[in-house]
Design a protein around this ligand. Structure first.
Ligand SMILES: [Zn+2]
Length: 662
């Protein structure tokens, strides 16, 4: 037994160790600094991949005082373009640009020398993407202006040729302000529109060849990052709530104009709701990047979901204490394929799995819950902000009260379910969302990193229209009002049993557009209440999914996948004389990860993909207008070679997809 003196020394050492851990977290955290100080043991930092990037040939120029510029990193991660580095504009100089293939400059203020530096670099052969550029770069872009600005309007992509090819051709909304330029000498990729029917000649996106050394420049004349965040999270200018009215402010309130003190104009134009507007615009950025880099280093990407799934159903249900959860889980065990018995059921995406958010008075016992948890089902908390009693809808919260609700109810939940892991995903009763981002922060403070509150509702507004309230089918991290990233995934609930949606039509439409030519890929969230064991909505969704080979998973499974995928990266990427070489690092629980790389480059079409020296199989697939070679991304060293035009001509008789070897 240690003496009291050595015990004290040990305690002191532990304390110092914890302090150090806290301090290292503070260094990487761009958000929640105060929280990191106060609670060093909690996972509050934003991962390094967002703040600095995994590294690679793409350089993002951001500004710590303009956090939206850092959201570009989250956009590239979501698109699987995991080979970038983020630096602060203060560190932009000749040497940071050296050896970069492509530089993306966020909406950041440039000093006196930077515009000249960027122009020079582009003229020397650099590839430059500018987000709402500094007017001093108009000449480089082949634009004149800006002569005016246009806010809260639309853009229309020219989908007839690259890089717009493959992106939806119908006008899409953007949020924030665009600068209006006149095109002098540039290719118009997308034009600004005042309304869906009112086009202008001003570019929303333009590209241009620069100089004689292969330089290229592109511009988004609006802040894409800000627009993506606003599209996903709703109107940031919704007035502060003054009095507590009877109806709480819910997630849909942030998108619906007529509700709750807003101007009367809907934030989401309901005629656009079928389009994942945020996803399509960030994919346009990816297409622009690939287009500009096409004769340089072909850039690999990770696919969105395991085993190349184009759609996933995230099956969840809220249980208000009526006890349907156990019966529902049992029906899911019987519903799908039994899966691979050698695999941990929590990781096996072939089985039908789901989440139930249970109220504290749900009759599910700890041992029952633990058995379902081992089988891969997720039991979470249906947090309630009801003020008293057990019936009725939730009430508006304040930053203080929402912390209190989470603290108290999670404490009770853990006491009731000591055998379960603490919840990592959540849906709040009545999807109450009283301010822009506090609830996401509170979730993070409690170890919850997956939010399903953004909800396709109500029936009399958007219920009958299948689509994307948040403009997205892809879970991505929240951003605060200033654009700083919060390490919690916002995953929309697209299908519910209380929005007047028709089944199976609603689910069929979403899945068919994900799998079909539209390419509206997505993780489609469902709330089929688990108050009762039976649910016709749940049955219809599972039938539609299984029929199409679409996985049905719990929210926790999706979170684990996202963390694994986003911790994966393409490292040491370098050009070779006939292609590109890189290593793939695979994050934990990123089983079924696949990668894709443009199927042709300057020298010709793809010839082979080798992993650790051995040729591996690949398929050719057109994704958003670009032909990619798609292959399994297990860890290893890869070498991709491209043939010359001559070798391509010789092989013309052989279809390329069949040339893949295994
Ligand atoms: Zn509820």
């Amino acid at each position: 037994m240690p003496s009291s003196r050595s015990r004290i020394v040990n305690i002191a050492r532990r304390y110092v160790h914890q302090m150090r851990r806290g301090i290292s977290k503070i260094k990487i955290a761009t958000t929640s600094r105060i929280y990191a100080l106060a609670r060093p043991s909690r996972p509050v930092g934003v991962p390094d991949t967002v703040t600095h990037g995994p590294g690679g040939p793409i350089l993002i120029i951001a500004d710590r005082n303009r956090p939206f510029s850092r959201y570009l990193a989250e956009i590239l991660l979501a698109e699987g373009l995991n080979s970038f580095e983020v630096i602060d504009v203060a560190n932009l100089n000749r040497s940071t640009l050296r050896d970069r293939d492509l530089v993306v400059v966020g909406e950041v203020p440039l000093g006196t020398v930077e515009p000249g530096l960027l122009s020079e670099w582009t003229n020397e052969g650099g590839h430059l993407v500018l987000i709402r550029p500094d007017a001093r770069l108009a000449d480089l872009l082949g634009l004149r202006g800006p002569m005016a600005s246009l806010s809260e309007a639309y853009l229309e992509v020219d989908a007839t040729c690259p890089p717009g090819e493959g992106i939806v051709a119908e006008p899409m909304q953007f949020h924030g302000t665009a600068d209006v330029y006149e095109v002098r000498d540039a290719q118009l990729v997308a034009r600004l529109c005042r309304s869906p029917g009112e086009r202008t000649e001003a570019p929303a996106v333009a590209v241009r060849e620069v100089g004689r050394r292969g330089g290229r420049v592109a511009a988004f004349t609006y802040d894409l990052a800000r627009s993506v965040v606003y599209t996903r999270q709703g109107n940031p200018a919704l007035p502060r709530r003054r009095s507590r009215s009877d109806a709480p402010r819910r997630t849909s309130t942030w998108f619906r104009g007529s509700s709750d003190g807003a101007t009367g104009r809907d934030w989401i134009d309901r005629t656009r709701i079928a389009i994942p507007q945020a996803d399509e615009q960030q994919r346009l950025l990816v297409n622009v990047i690939q287009y500009m880099n096409r004769d340089r280093t072909p850039l690999p990407r990770f696919w969105y979901f395991p085993r190349r799934a184009k759609a996933v159903v995230i099956m969840t249900g809220d249980d208000h204490g009526r006890g349907g959860t156990a019966g529902r889980f049992e029906s899911h065990q019987a519903a799908g394929p039994v899966g691979d018995s050698s695999r941990d059921p929590r990781l096996d995406w072939r089985r039908v799995r789901s989440t139930s958010y249970v109220s504290l008075d749900a009759p599910l016992s700890d041992s029952e819950a633990a058995a379902f948890d081992r089988e891969g089902f997720e039991i979470g908390l249906h947090v309630s902000t009801r003020l008293r009693g057990n019936r009725g809808r939730g009430a508006d919260w304040t930053p203080a009260s929402i912390r209190m609700f989470y603290d108290r109810q999670l404490r009770q939940w853990r006491k009731k379910y000591p055998s379960l892991p603490s919840p990592v995903s959540v849906r709040t009763h009545s999807v109450v969302w009283s301010d822009w981002a506090t609830q996401a922060r509170v979730e993070l403070e409690h170890g919850i990193r997956f939010d399903t509150n953004y909800y396709h509702w109500p029936a009399d507004w958007i219920g009958g229209l299948p689509g994307f309230l948040t403009g997205s089918g892809i879970p991505m991290r929240f951003a605060d009002l200033d654009g700083s990233v919060i390490d919690v995934y916002q995953s929309a609930t697209h299908l519910t049993d209380e929005s007047g949606q028709a089944y199976p039509d609603s689910v069929d439409t979403l899945l068919d557009r994900a799998l079909g030519r539209e390419g509206f890929y997505g993780a489609f969230g469902v709330n089929a209440h688990t108050d009762d064991p039976q649910s016709v909505v749940c049955d219809a969704v599972i039938t539609a999914a299984l029929h199409r080979g679409v996985p049905v998973v719990s929210a926790r499974q999706m979170l684990e996948w996202l963390d694994g995928r986003n911790a994966s990266s393409f490292d040491s990427l370098e050009r070779t004389h006939d292609g590109v070489r890189f290593t793939v690092r695979v994050g934990t629980r990123a089983g079924g990860l696949s990668a894709m790389i443009p199927a042709s480059c300057a020298t010709g079409p793809i010839e082979s993909v080798r992993r650790d020296g051995a040729a591996i199989a690949f398929d050719l697939e057109r994704i958003k207008g670009i032909d990619y070679a798609v292959f399994q991304a297990t860890a290893g060293s890869y070498e991709v070679t491209y043939g010359s035009e001559e070798t391509a001509a010789v092989r013309q008789t052989e279809p390329m997809a069949e040339r893949s070897t295994s």
